[in-house]
Design a protein around this ligand. Sequence first.
Ligand SMILES: [Zn+2]
Length: 486
Amino acid sequence: MAAYDIVIRNGQVADGTGKKLFAADVALKGDRIAAVEAPGSLRGDNEIDAKGKVVAPGFIDVHTHDDTALIDNPTMAMKASQGVTTVVCGNCGVSAAPYVRSDIGHFLSLIVKKKGNVSKNFAAFAAKVDAAKPAINGAFLIGHGTLRMNAMGDDIGRTATAAEIVVMRDLLDQSLEQGAIGMSSGLFYAVANAASTDEVAEVAKPLGKWGGVYTAHMRDEGDDILKAMDETFEIGRRAGASIIVSHHKCSGRSNFGRMKETLPKFTEAMKQQEIAFDVYPYIAGSTILRSDMLDRADKVLITWSDKVPGVSGRDLKEIAQEMGCSMREAADRLQPAGAIYFMMDEKDVQSAMAHPGAMIGSDGIPFDTHPHPRLWGTFPRVLGHYSRDLKLFPLEDAVRRMTSYSAGRFHLTKRGEVRPGFYADICLFDPATVIDTATFDKPISPARGIDTVLCNGQIVWRDGKPGGGRAGHALKRQDMQNEAKA
Ligand SMILES: [Zn+2]
């Protein structure tokens, strides 16, 4: 009997820590990495020739809205094709559990397409994910916006009462106990915009007790970004939680260049608190269509509209011309809808990505008709365009910002490194050719140069298509903490 299930031979290992590439054979047994040894020293019945390829840990997409995509679309091709083997879900204040209401509503419909996919408690939701046997793993945050909808009904245009805060806090406490890894907030969104700093800090209290993280789509990413950063840092401090600021950006032409203010502010705050942030490698963002965002964008593309079919992928300016009205009026007529906003400075995006506190997250929105290309392109774009072509950082550092650094910040035990004993999450890619092919015109398109991807020891992407592996599952806080102690 062979000692190993799979041996990956002749590759160059980027082990995830940032250490320089080294030649090694990597052997897998069951769902673990069993050995990393000198080239030519390991043999198995099942060998993968990795000559000319980099053997990296599977990438961790720390910023996703894939909560129910894992259930509806379990092969997760848009992520597996990029080398992603774990997605962190429930960001920006919206999660599919715990949800006790019978209606879905606009905000939740961003991440939920089937009513059966929401759950009253986190344990039931995690069981649905496991039952779907997704190709890759999910770890889950609880959305403060979702908690608000539970506790406050439709009366969300105000800060919560003390009694409502208790309801939200108890739901969060129970969810963390059942395996959620933290809480996210999205104070930018209507559902949570009226929440006071006190409200969020009080709801977030259980994070300290369970070792959960706090992620924030901040109240403001434009003119008032510095104030929003202070608020975020205060909430994390009061909750006793480490912080990850989501999709850090300085948004709107009048704020171009302000990374010169935000990045030193992060650097200072990182001396006092555990703070990190994620970045996606594009100058355009994407979310719901909001008329108050039109002015700050140079260009707006529609990603979906329930009311007016056929507009997905089109420029709002053209749509408005055809309708013979203003862009604002056109936007109103398309609602509810989603959009892509060109609103960032390329230099800002690069300096954010290269900051020591930055990790990579896609913020892809899985159910959009014409999605932002980040959904299919983020990780290969960082490797090919930003690391190899623009030399923003070495390949080893690019891999670190997608793997071990991310795993450490989100407490994903034994993930994110090519090391014996770690889970067999692996991405084999060609460093000379790896690149995104998804564009704003043609956003649904798998990357080039991603050779073979394994999650928990099973092949999930190979030869440009899903590999059949379905060994992913919900990563639970308590399981990971227990394994970290063992
Ligand atoms: Zn967000």
